[in-house]
Design a protein around this ligand. Structure first.
Ligand code: SAH
Ligand code: AVI
Length: 321
């Protein structure tokens, strides 16, 4: 049995992941429209609930993107050679990565990067067994705060991989900033393969974020459980319910946690008041058309190159160079 790779923490981010949580909660719950950043969904339970979401019949993005990758993976990895690096941002379970790795013949280095230590550890344990020749260098970090990669990669050719439409969880302006920073971090000769969910019939979108089994609701409510555990919160998760809506003007799904009654809760040692019907806005999931996304990528300094979609134009995978 091979040893588990050690999880690396980048100097710029090792203090930010947990320490930022309290500050973000205080800031978010102090606003008129209360908000919480969606990156905090992913504690161990949140990562496992997300994994469950990806198998739900209503949640089409994962299986659709997998289908696309199965058809274009050989084109994506063409030209990979020994020592090249595949760096996955928000790698989660790394399931989609296997589609690429299965088609690479040379020895590449795989760098999964995620805020969720639990997801990274599970994925690395599976991949070391499945790919005995693969070098894996997991990094625990917030991709929005990346300054530079470890020095050892400074002379490597790096392909960034950002599947899952995680880019949609950022507002378009922030998405431009993130993609522009990824371009800097990936360096000369870097390219990015990115999955982007497409605009479609809002009924399909709403179903995907309102599954009948209630897994997305649990995923959303788990954020309150995490605040209670890690920040001394006094939320009663049963006093809130999950709501997902499509905002057509912004082109995004919004997830909220709504309370029907007045409540006073404590978190981080501070009081927060909720009026009846008030919500916490916990996530946006922006949807794009192919031209809209190509424009956004070009605003970030990338050249939009190849693009692959499924036959029903539900999801897209872009190559940015
Ligand atoms: N890439 C996988 C997982 C997508 S879920 C897939 O396509 O199925 C989104 C992943 O991004 C989660 O694993 C979450 O922990 C991670 N994530 C979310 N915000 C992040 C951030 N700011 N920095 C690093 N990882 C983040
Ligand atoms: C990770 N991200 C792209 C998912 C999405 O679809 O926005 C997270 C998610 N939220 C609810 N369901 C899935």
């Amino acid at each position: 049995m091979r040893h588990m790779p050690t999880l690396e923490r980048l100097p710029a981010s090792d203090t930010t992941i947990s320490d930022d949580f309290g500050l973000s909660v205080i800031e978010g719950l102090s606003q008129t429209q209360k908000t919480l950043p969606c990156r905090y969904f992913y504690d161990a339970r949140g990562s496992s609930l997300f994994e469950e979401i990806t198998h739900l019949p209503e949640y089409y993005p994962t299986r659709t993107e997998i289908g696309i990758l199965q058809t274009c993976a050989s084109e994506i990895v063409e030209g990979f050679s020994g020592g090249d690096v595949l760096l996955e941002f928000g790698s989660g379970s790394s399931v989609k990565t296997e589609i690429l790795l299965d088609r690479v013949s040379d020895r590449v280095v795989y760098v999964p990067l995620d805020v969720s230590e639990a997801a990274l550890a599970d994925a690395a344990a599976r991949l070391v067994e499945r790919y005995p020749a693969l070098e894996i260098r997991p990094i625990v970090a917030d991709f929005s705060k990346l300054v530079a990669l470890p020095d050892e990669f400074s002379n490597s050719r790096i392909t960034g991989f950002f599947p899952g439409s995680t880019i949609g969880n950022l507002a378009p302006k922030e998405a431009v900033g993130l993609l522009s920073n990824f371009r800097k971090v990936l360096g000369q000769g870097g390219r990015l393969i990115i999955g982007v969910d497409l605009k479609k019939d809002p009924r399909v979108l709403i179903r995907a974020y309102n599954d009948a089994a209630g897994v997305t609701a649990d995923f959303n409510l788990n954020l309150l459980v995490r605040i209670n555990r890690e920040l001394g919160g006094t939320f009663d998760p049963e006093a809130f319910h999950h709501k997902a809506l499509y905002n057509p003007r912004a082109g995004r799904i919004e997830m909220h946690l709504v309370t029907d009654r007045a409540q006073d809760i404590m978190a981080c040692g501070r009081p927060f008041h909720f009026s009846p019907g008030e919500s916490i806005h916990t996530e946006n999931s922006y949807k794009y058309t192919v031209p809209e996304f190509r424009d956004l990528a070009e605003k970030a300094g990338w050249k939009a190159s190849r693009v692959w979609t499924d036959a029903n134009k539900q999801f897209s995978v872009h190559e940015l160079i």
